[in-house]
Design a protein around this ligand. Structure first.
Ligand code: PHE
Length: 391
């Protein structure tokens, strides 16, 4: 070991020692290390064993810590670690001398060994840390890390459908409507029978509706929530809105999806009139499309309202002739619906001779398309960020 080390700086010292006969395990003292000098260097308790190993350890520590200072990259530090602390490293080699240390000195030499190992390990760790810190500092050099962040791509925004739904809900809530809800998997009764829709109505066709094996179905409109609300209402007036999904077995194309979104409204009290319906919807569409929006009520048929209307809004695109666009269905609640509800409830809260009401429903997807000039409904479900970023 001493021969090996003869070329390193420890080697110079251990080489000297070797020349003076102070090899590992030697118990004899040779000049120039007189007993008083040794005693001064290593105060008692000191046996007559010459602690060559203590000397080697001290030398190794000084050498290693000095060597560390000059290392400036991680690869060099790793080479250093292997050189000193590795299985075949210098410290390991020195510590092999432990077996020759007399029993009464083992404790002292062992403590020194640990101290030197800790010093080298600690020195290496703080050198690595310093290198890392320098690297980090170089990476942000010239960047003002105290500047606030830029609103980045990741922030995102609400989906146009969500925006429209929120606008519709906000507007109707201002008029005293409250939110209501119902299941998307419905009974035929809630979807059709209670809404005065006879068994032979085309909307009930297998080819138009998604039926479950147990006879339930995916609701084809949010009008089911009218029924659910009246079934459980405690008092009048009933004034609700219900946004939600609806399902139809439509061929998917630019204007149809098999899952789409509607918003439903129902207002029932003792004296609700067609004028209330008209005023509510005119106000609503002016809020959504602007104060000059013109709305027209065109007679239509729905099984659950009488009279019934389709609502068109007049839209004027720049440089084009104004167009009427069909946007919603509405009407006065058919007394037959109140009669069916009363039968189900077994009371007279919705007595068809006492109460009147209006209902309307419209497609939110369609509203979004008209509002933003979207030509294909499928854009709304494809989640292409290039499309979504526009809203
Ligand atoms: N539920 C009807 C539809 O989906 C719309 C509607 C709702 C009509 C309420 C009248 C009253 O087409």
């Amino acid at each position: 070991m001493i021969e090996d080390a003869a070329h390193s700086s420890t080697g110079k010292i251990t080489g000297l020692m070797a020349r003076f006969g102070m090899i590992r395990g030697s118990r004899r003292l040779h000049p120039p290390y007189s007993a008083p000098i040794i005693a001064a260097l290593y105060p008692p308790p000191l046996s007559d064993f010459f602690p060559a190993m203590l000397f080697q350890l001290d030398s190794l520590k000084i050498e290693a810590l000095a060597a560390l200072e000059s290392l400036s990259d991680e690869a060099a530090l790793e080479a250093f670690r292997i050189d000193y602390l590795g299985k075949k490293g210098k410290l390991t080699a020195v510590s092999a001398g432990m077996r020759d240390v007399p029993v009464d000195l083992k404790k002292e030499v062992g403590a020194k060994l640990n101290d030197v190992r800790d010093a080298i390990t600690g020195g290496l760790a703080s050198r690595l840390e310093a290198l890392q810190a320098a690297k980090d500092a170089a990476a942000v050099a010239g960047i003002d890390i105290t500047l606030p962040g830029r609103p980045g791509q990741g922030a995102g925004s609400l989906h146009p459908l969500t925006q429209i739904r929120d606008l519709a809900v906000r507007t109707l809530r201002r008029m005293g409507f409250t939110l209501a809800d119902g299941p998307e998997i419905e009974t035929e009764w809630h979807c059709f029978d209670a809404l005065n829709t006879p068994a032979d109505h085309p909307a009930r066709n297998e080819s138009d509706t998604f039926y479950m094996p147990d006879g339930k179905l995916l609701r084809t409109h949010t009008s089911t929530v009218q029924i659910r609300t009246m079934e459980s209402a405690k008092a009048l007036p009933v004034r609700i809105i219900a946004p939600g999904a609806a399902y139809r077995r439509d061929e998917i194309d630019a204007t149809h999806l098999s899952v789409f979104n509607q918003i439903e409204a129902l207002y029932v009290d003792v004296d609700v009139s067609l004028a209330d319906l008209k005023g509510t919807l005119e106000f609503f569409f002016r809020e959504v499309f602007g104060p000059n929006t013109v709305v027209r009520f065109r007679p239509h048929f729905f099984p659950f309202t009488e009279p019934s209307f389709e609502i068109d809004v007049k839209l004027e695109a720049k440089g084009k002739e104004a167009r009427w666009i069909e946007i919603a269905g509405c009407g006065m609640v058919d007394p037959a619906v109140f009669a069916e509800i009363s039968k189900k409830r077994g009371d007279s809260l919705f007595d068809p001779d006492k109460v009147t009401g209006f209902a309307f429903g419209m497609g939110l997807d369609r509203l979004a398309m008209i509002m933003h000039g979207i030509s294909d409904i499928r854009h709304l479900i494809e989640n292409d960020v290039r499309f979504l970023q526009q809203f």
